[in-house]
Write a protein that binds this ligand. Structure first.
Ligand code: DX5
Ligand code: ZN
Length: 243
């Protein structure tokens, strides 16, 4: 039995009051020729955030979405945009993604040697700033900056592709990140990304995650609206304990 009495934190994005657990569909697995339709479907299904995976072909092997597409999504989405930068030298692109409409911007600690500076830059633009940990990156990487972070993203797969299998050790990682944040006096939420589905979502929440990213579990189904509802239903029992 896992302890559900964790401080899952709270996050306000541009006036949107969060619920206990936030569902963040990752459009990486959406139909890129029908992005407007797919985003509208998950918003009807109760999505809280739209997770956008930006990949540069250097930090990760894949190349995906850039600033013009984020700008186009901003025009049609009603949810805040959660932009996950899987790119080298993220500082160079912060202003581009802020002006494109990002509400949350996260950078990988593995490519951010001056993480305080990068996080301060993002926050100075009025956007929520997150640090991302790859599966093999130790939790200690954020220990000395924990109090500065608006959120922490724990990767539960190696970044680069949708549809990969969840790495079970990620649950312990989430617990340890929660401890580090609590010790720093921070109630910042933990986001978990990779291989999340209706079977493991409640475990992720029980470990201390309160923002659930899901790509394949939502968009690789015939009905993304229903899949979004199903994911929320899967954590329904956990939602109330994190007000
Ligand atoms: C992986 C991305 C994820 C991905 C999640 O590099 O950061 O956001 O889209 O997709 P699933 O849920 O299919 O693992
Ligand atoms: Zn992501």
């Amino acid at each position: 039995m896992t302890d559900r009495h964790v401080n899952a934190g709270d996050l306000k994005v541009s006036g949107y009051q969060t619920r206990g657990v936030q569902i963040a569909p990752s459009i990486l697995s959406a139909n890129f020729a029908e992005l407007g339709r797919d985003i509208a479907a998950v918003e009807r299904g109760g999505a809280d955030l739209i997770h956008i995976d930006v990949m540069d072909g250097h930090f990760v092997p894949n190349i995906t979405i850039g600033q013009p597409v984020v700008r186009a999504i901003k025009r049609i989405a009603t949810c805040p945009l959660d932009v996950h930068l899987m790119i080298e030298e993220p500082d160079r692109y912060v202003d581009d993604f802020v002006s494109a409409g990002a509400n949350m911007l996260s950078v990988h600690v593995e490519v951010s040697p001056y993480l305080h500076r990068t996080i301060a830059l993002i926050k100075s633009r009025g956007v929520k700033a997150g640090a991302v940990l790859n599966p093999s990156t130790p939790v200690s990487a954020i220990e000395h900056i924990a109090s500065e972070l608006d959120f922490v993203l724990v990767m539960s797969v190696n970044p680069g592709f949708g549809g990969q299998a969840f790495i079970p050790q990620s649950l312990d990682k989430v617990r340890r990140v929660r401890e580090v944040l609590n010790r720093a006096g921070s109630s910042a939420p933990i986001e978990i990304d990779g291989g999340i589905d209706a079977l493991n979502a409640a475990d992720a929440v029980a470990a201390g995650a309160s923002i659930l990213v899901a790509g394949n579990a939502i968009f690789a189904t015939p009905d993304p609206e229903a899949a979004t509802r199903a994911l929320r239903a899967a954590v329904g029992s956990a939602t109330g304990s994190h007000a």
